[in-house]
Ligand binder design. Structure first.
Ligand SMILES: Nc1ncnc2c1ncn2[C@@H]1O[C@H](COP(=O)(O)OP(=O)(O)O)[C@@H](O)[C@H]1O
Ligand SMILES: [Mg+2]
Length: 289
């Protein structure tokens, strides 16, 4: 009996959150090694399914750098790197688009469809959603890597209104119609900002933001946007964590309520973060109040 009462308590604990999040939009950046693990992928699907059932409007943005690297090596296409970034020539961006829009996007759509979630796969080309300009790294031209200049969210609003679940591949176009690959973290941020999402959730391979990545006890549970630039400057936040947090100040100032960094490998990480008081990852808020 006790254990059943415990279960009821868990549901009751979730109630205020369920009420608060009904009809709110949440953008999930879908990435990390859970994508390659069947059981963990299903756990993420369970969470998304429940989020939708309680009325949350979910938008997924996915990455896929590992699959692009895999395909380039299968095709024996050599690529050059500058400061850790791949030179994305015409051939590389063509393959990136094929892998992202054709393979990964449709795999995610099918996983959601298997759960009766009405997913629709898109890239930034559909509905003219993502417009970019060429990104330069320290004045270096690294090819067709895009910086987002405009999001047209009309297609997303249309889909959400009819209860579809948009799944977005990080591809955009410039004014000539050329395809560009875009960092998926930046796409997730730009979409969240444009939709004034309640939450922007980054699923990744680390529990959250650490003060010292070698010390699991140093996880920052609550981070305030104003402290982010300093942590980047000091090198505490580096590498792949930078694009997740660097724009959070802007996103939070433009109406996104909170940014979450969660480990997609932790079973039901999103349910724990959204519907319990404790939470499991790092939450970034505007300020202490
Ligand atoms: N302060 C920090 N806390 C946690 N992770 C950090 C920090 N600084 C850098 N990182 C690195 O950022 C990585 C997450 O980014 P990335 O590898 O690009 O993941 P994704 O594929 O999900 O975009 C972590 O695995 C970690 O190596
Ligand atoms: Mg990354």
């Amino acid at each position: 009996m006790e254990k059943y009462i415990e279960k009821a308590k868990i549901l009751i604990e979730a109630l205020p959150y369920i009420q608060q999040f009904k009809k709110k939009t949440m953008v999930i950046k879908y990435g990390g090694s859970f994508m390659y693990d069947e059981a963990r992928k299903q756990s993420v699907m369970d969470d998304i399914s429940l989020m939708r059932l309680v009325g949350i409007r979910v938008i997924i943005v996915h990455g896929g750098g590992k699959d692009i690297s895999g395909m380039l090596s299968d095709l024996e296409i050599q690529t050059e790197f500058v400061e850790g970034l791949r030179i994305t020539n015409e051939k590389v961006v063509e393959i990136a688009e094929m892998v992202l829009s054709g393979k990964i996007n449709k795999e995610i759509v099918q996983l959601l469809q298997n759960r009766e979630m009405n997913a629709v796969g898109l890239s930034g080309k559909d509905g003219g959603m993502i417009k970019v300009k060429k990104k330069f790294i320290n004045n270096l031209d690294i090819g067709f890597v895009g910086d987002i200049i405009h999001i047209d969210n009309r297609l997303l609003n249309t889909l959400l209104k009819d209860d579809y679940l948009p799944v977005i591949a990080p591809i955009g176009t410039d004014k000539t119609g050329q395809s560009y690959n875009i960092n998926a973290d930046h796409v997730a941020y730009a979409i969240a900002k444009s939709m004034k999402a309640e939450k922007l959730i980054y699923l990744t391979d680390t529990d959250g933001v650490y003060m010292d990545p070698d010390n699991p006890d140093s996880i920052i549970r609550r981070l305030f946007a104003e402290n982010v630039p300093k942590l980047i400057e000091e090198g505490i936040i580096s590498g792949g964590m930078i694009p997740k947090v660097e724009n959070s100040v802007d996103a939070l100032n433009q109406g996104v309520n909170s940014v979450h960094i969660l480990d997609g490998k932790v079973e039901h990480c999103m349910l724990l973060e959204l519907f319990t008081a404790a939470g499991v990852g790092t939450m970034i808020r505007r300020s202490i109040i």
